[in-house]
Design a protein around this ligand. Structure first.
Ligand SMILES: Cc1cc2nc3c(=O)[nH]c(=O)nc-3n(C[C@H](O)[C@H](O)[C@H](O)COP(=O)(O)O)c2cc1C
Length: 170
């Protein structure tokens, strides 16, 4: 479906190949994601990205913390952590969500697959340690980016019927 919008094309991938992502392509993804709207255009998000050896360090720390064998953090080669200032108002989390979703959509546009997952931020210490995160920043969400493993499931998830979520008054 060549004409399908990137919104319709995006879906989560939970098994990535070892193929690394070109650093210029990654920068293009984040430059586009920065076009996300935010209250008073404050752009409260900060983004910390692990690739290569940094990804391996976080994976190791995560495997230890979670006492988990096998595939760790979906084997994503690129780990993306979005922070907001500690003690932020709820609108700021809306901003961070808009930014995160923009990363997912820009990733599709650049041929990348993605997964947003709580698992990435389940053990904040592994991220704080790797990036020496400023004390006044709070981890809001984590995403994985990369290319799907050959046998990764690609099925699309269903959505609620539109009339269940939508109210329109005329
Ligand atoms: C805030 C958030 C947390 C999520 N946490 C997980 C997770 O821990 N594990 C997981 O496999 N998927 C996680 N997901 C992915 C969702 O399950 C997925 O987005 C949803 O089922 C819709 O499927 P789709 O992304 O393929 O459209 C999370 C998504 C969001 C937005």
């Amino acid at each position: 479906m060549a004409n399908e919008s990137i919104i319709m094309q995006r879906h989560s991938i939970r098994d990535f190949s070892d193929r690394q992502v070109d650093s210029d392509l990654l920068k293009a993804v984040f430059a586009e994601a920065q076009r996300a709207p935010s209250a008073m255009n404050k752009q409260p998000w900060r983004v910390y990205v692990a690739t290569g050896e940094a990804t391996k360090r976080i994976r190791q720390a995560h495997a230890k913390a979670s006492d988990q064998g096998g595939t760790v953090l979906f084997n994503a080669p690129v780990l993306v952590y979005i922070t907001v200032p500690k003690g932020s108002a709820s609108l700021t989390y809306y901003d961070a969500g808009a930014f995160g979703y923009s990363v997912l959509l820009a990733a599709v546009d650049h041929g990348l697959s993605s997964i947003p997952a709580y698992q990435f931020v389940r053990f904040p210490e592994e991220v704080i340690k790797e990036f020496d995160l400023p004390a006044n920043e709070e981890l809001a969400m984590g995403l994985g980016l990369g290319y799907p493993a050959a046998d990764a499931a690609t099925g699309k998830t269903p959505r609620l019927p539109l009339d269940q979520i939508l109210t329109v008054h005329e």
